[in-house]
Write a protein that binds this ligand. Structure first.
Ligand SMILES: [Zn+2]
Ligand SMILES: [Zn+2]
Length: 344
C-alpha cells in the first residue's frame, strides 16, 4: 500500500510497497479516507518530539472499516469510523480511577504505532468510534482535535454570560472559539497578531477581536470588559509569553486554561500574590479523556464547522510539501489534510 513513512528527523519517505497492517483479535483494519496534519506531526518531523521511528505518522484519521479480527464485538466491515489515538490501556491505576489521560500505556497511533498517513491503518476496537453518514471525511478527521478542545471547555467551567478570551487563533483557537460561543459565553474575545486569522475568528463566533501586534492586549481586554478582565482565558498558543499574558487578562475569580503545547521545561514569571488576591484558577488541559463521543456530536450537529479550517488538501505523495508549508506558515494557511485517494 501507499504510505508516508517518517524514517528519521526530516526524513519522510513515500512508499508504495508498505505492507498492509495485519489484524487479529480485537483489531480493526481501516481504509483511510482522510488524515489531518497536526503540529505534533511537524514536531516529530523536526525532531522536537520523539515517538517510534520509523513510523507512519498521522493521528487524526477517519475511514471505512475493511476487515475485523475475530474478537471484535461492536464494529462491522463497512462502518465509517474515527480512531482515538490516545486509546488508553483500561488496566493501569490511572485508567481504573477515571484518569485515563495520564495512562502510561496509550496506543499513540501515529506516534508509537503506525497511524493514518497511509492507505490503511489498524486500531484496537477499544479506540474505534462509529460516525454518522452526515459527517464527511474532511470533517471527521477533526474529531481528534475537537475532542481535545472539548476537554479544554470542560476544564474551563464556562458559566452563562461569561466573557471568554482565547489567545491564539490557529486551528485549536478556532475550535475553542466555536465551542465557547456555544457554551453560554456572552462574549468571546479572539486575540492574535494576524488580522486575517481574526477575521476567521469572527466567522466562527468571536464577538470581539484584539490585534495583538497593534494594541496593548491587556488594555484592550480591560476596555472590552469594563475593566474586569475575562472570566475564562484560554492559552492556545503554547508559549511562555502567552501564559503570562493569560494570567494578566483574567478577571478576579477567573480561570486560565493552559491549552497550548508549551515547550517542555520552559519557565514563566508569575506573581503568586496575583493568584491569591484574584483567586485565580489555573487549569491544565491534557489530551481528550472521554470526549470523543461528544466531539463527534459537536461536529455532526454543526456547532463546530471545519470547512474554513482546511486550507490545503493533499494526496499522500505531497505530505512533505505540506509539512514544509506548515512550517513556513504563509498567509492563509491554517491546516492541511491528506486524502490518500486524491489524484496527484
Ligand atoms: Zn493532533
Ligand atoms: Zn492505562
Amino acid at each position: 500500500m501507499k504510505a508516508a513513512v517518517l524514517e528519521g528527523v526530516g526524513k519522510l519517505r513515500f512508499r508504495d510497497d508498505y505492507p498492509v497492517p495485519q489484524i487479529g483479535g480485537t483489531e480493526v483494519l481501516i481504509r483511510v479516507e482522510a488524515c489531518g496534519l497536526c503540529a505534533t506531526d511537524i514536531k516529530m518531523y523536526k525532531g522536537e518530539y520523539t515517538g517510534r521511528l520509523p513510523v507512519v505518522a498521522g493521528h487524526e484519521f477517519t475511514g471505512v472499516v475493511e476487515n475485523i479480527g475475530g474478537g471484535v464485538k461492536n464494529i462491522r466491515p463497512g462502518d465509517r469510523v474515527v480512531v482515538d489515538p490516545n486509546e488508553s490501556c483500561c488496566a493501569c491505576a490511572d485508567c481504573k480511577t477515571a484518569r485515563s489521560t495520564f495512562c502510561r500505556d496509550m496506543a499513540a497511533y501515529g506516534v508509537f504505532t503506525d497511524g493514518g498517513f497511509a492507505q490503511y491503518a489498524k486500531a484496537d476496537e477499544r479506540g474505534v468510534y462509529k460516525i454518522p453518514d452526515s459527517l464527511p471525511p474532511a470533517a471527521a478527521c477533526f474529531v481528534e482535535p475537537v475532542s481535545c478542545a472539548v476537554r479544554g471547555i470542560d476544564r474551563a467551567h464556562i458559566k452563562a454570560g461569561d466573557t471568554v478570551a482565547v489567545l491564539g487563533a490557529g486551528t485549536m483557537g478556532q475550535l475553542l472559539i466555536q465551542l465557547a460561543a456555544n457554551s453560554g459565553a456572552a462574549r468571546v474575545v479572539s486575540i492574535d497578531p494576524l488580522g486575517w486569522k481574526l477575521e476567521l475568528s469572527k466567522a466562527h463566533g468571536a464577538t470581539d477581536t484584539v490585534d495583538a501586534s497593534a494594541t496593548d492586549t491587556q488594555a484592550k481586554v480591560a476596555e472590552i470588559t469594563g475593566g474586569r478582565g475575562a472570566d475564562v482565558v484560554f492559552e492556545a498558543v503554547g508559549s511562555v509569553q502567552a501564559f503570562e499574558t493569560a494570567l494578566a487578562l483574567a478577571a478576579r475569580g477567573g480561570t486560565v486554561v493552559q491549552f497550548g503545547f508549551a515547550p517542555e521545561g520552559a519557565r514563566a514569571q508569575i506573581v503568586p500574590f496575583e493568584i491569591l488576591s484574584k483567586e485565580l484558577t489555573i487549569a491544565g488541559s491534557w489530551l481528550n479523556p472521554y470526549t470523543f463521543e461528544r466531539a463527534i456530536k459537536a461536529l455532526a450537529s454543526g456547532i463546530v464547522t471545519t470547512q474554513r479550517l482546511i486550507t490545503d488538501r493533499l494526496p499522500l505523495g505531497e505530505l512533505e510539501q505540506g509539512i514544509q508549508k506548515a512550517m513556513r506558515r504563509p498567509e492563509g494557511f491554517i491546516k492541511a489534510v491528506v486524502f490518500p485517494d486524491l489524484q496527484e
